[in-house]
Design a protein around this ligand. Structure first.
Ligand SMILES: O=C(O)CCC(=O)C(=O)O
Ligand SMILES: [Fe+2]
Length: 404
């Protein structure tokens, strides 16, 4: 074939098969979203409007029911104390295990949560207490019964007084659900305000808490969840500040959340409570101190003047929300499950994924009443020993040259 004929043939072929870049350039925004869509993840763009939604039974309901106050002294034995220090039973079948950062977050591949033995659940609890949050992918058959059973193994399941329940009436399930019709959350709250630990106003706030996302935005469409470590938060503070915060008691209030429900015309199933908890608490499994603070529910420190409280509130909030080294960020895929120890972490969704549907179900196990053991250690103290490091220098000079 003459060279000119080859060129013509190449040109024709190139025209017949547009490159991926050309295809994306030509595509509408919706088409682009479809092309990057995660197979199997149901969202607004790939579900026909009149098609029945596969998770309809888990969409929100607000039954007007009344529950008694949660009694004090619910028995709790932390299963993490039965866990193997090397998590050997949990990890024996794993294909891959990796940390997100030295301080928080571990992902386990190749383990199916639905098949865990009690020994493996104990190891997982221990790992959660240590790493704050653990991520699983490609879960098969992790249905709501399995999720409830796993939570129940760790502790009495929590029932949320105000947020959404699923239509199928399972009261121990907390629903997260946002659609194209949902109010713009970022317009309602400044993003840092959405950082929280769950229901810390309870007398015995939850420890091990799982979230499975049923439907979500396409890849690149937003909606990641971010966790921040309260152990690492404690270790960011100077020794004098640590001592001071250890002397304080925080007020955690459900009042604002309840008022939000009333304002929206929704029922409040249990009367809101305000509870005092130590501002620094010990985790019974690791023995580490963490700052038990979250911007969502903490409303004051006992005996501390308002202005002083507000400065500390702002300082802790800034550390939680804007210290990348104490955070782990998770991008959801179909079959992803995240489980966290709610005693030692804060978390926040990231918004901006409209118009996609984002839908998940959470199950939380009630834990012990928060306490501070003054002899407990910190994560850094243990890591220093383990890694043979010099203790972190906190001489307070405040001088840094790392500005470039
Ligand atoms: O939507 C998210 O990413 C987090 C939701 C949440 O705060 C929770 O499930 O406790
Ligand atoms: Fe939450």
């Amino acid at each position: 074939m003459a060279p000119s004929a080859i060129k013509a043939e190449e040109a024709a072929a190139a025209q017949a098969v547009p490159s991926v870049t050309e295809k994306l350039k030509a595509a509408s925004i919706e088409e682009k979203a479809r092309q990057t869509f995660i197979p199997g993840f149901t969202n607004y763009l790939n579900a026909a409007p009149d098609e029945p939604y596969e998770w309809e039974q888990f969409t929100p309901a607000f039954p007007d029911v009344k529950w008694d106050p949660i009694p004090d002294g619910i028995p709790y034995e932390d299963k993490g104390l039965l866990g193997d220090p090397t998590y050997s039973r949990l990890l024996q079948g794993a294909s891959e295990v990796f940390d997100y950062t030295p301080k928080i977050g571990t992902e386990i591949r190749g383990v199916q949560l639905k098949d865990l033995t009690d020994d493996q659940k104990n190891d997982l609890a221990r790992l959660l207490a240590n790493r704050g949050v653990v991520f699983f992918r490609d879960q098969e058959g992790f249905d709501i019964d399995t999720q409830l059973e796993l939570g129940r193994y760790w502790g009495k399941l929590h029932k949320h007084a105000t947020t959404m329940l699923p239509k199928n009436g399972i009261e121990e399930v907390h629903v997260i659900h946002t659609t194209k019709n949902s109010k713009n959350q970022t317009a309602l709250f400044t993003p840092s305000y959405l950082w929280h630990s769950d229901v810390t106003y309870e007398l015995q706030p939850p420890s091990y808490t799982s979230l499975a996302v049923l439907a979500g935005p396409p890849r690149g469409g937003g909606g990641d969840t971010i966790w921040s470590s309260n152990y690492a938060l404690y270790d960011l503070l100077s020794p004098a500040m640590q001592k001071y915060l250890e002397s304080l008691t925080a007020l955690h209030s459900a009042e604002e959340q309840a008022q939000g429900s009333r304002n929206a015309g929704r029922p409040v199933r249990r009367e809101p409570v305000v509870t005092e908890h130590p501002l620094v608490r010990t985790n019974p499994v690791t023995g580490w101190k963490g700052v038990f603070f979250n911007p969502g529910f903490v409303k004051g420190f006992v005996g501390v003047p308002k202005l002083e409280y507000e400065f500390i509130y702002k300082y802790l909030t800034e550390l939680i929300t804007s210290s990348p080294e104490i955070q782990a960020r998770f991008t959801w895929e179909k079959g992803s499950v995240a489980i966290w120890d709610n005693r030692v972490t804060n978390h926040t969704p990231s918004y901006g994924f409209a118009p996609h549907r984002r839908h998940g179900v959470r199950v939380a196990a009630t834990a012990e009443k928060p306490y501070l053991d003054p002899n407990s250690t910190s994560q850094d103290q243990d890591l220093d020993k383990l890694l043979g490091r010099e203790p972190t220098n906190k001489d307070g000079s405040g001088i840094s040259n790392y500005n470039d």
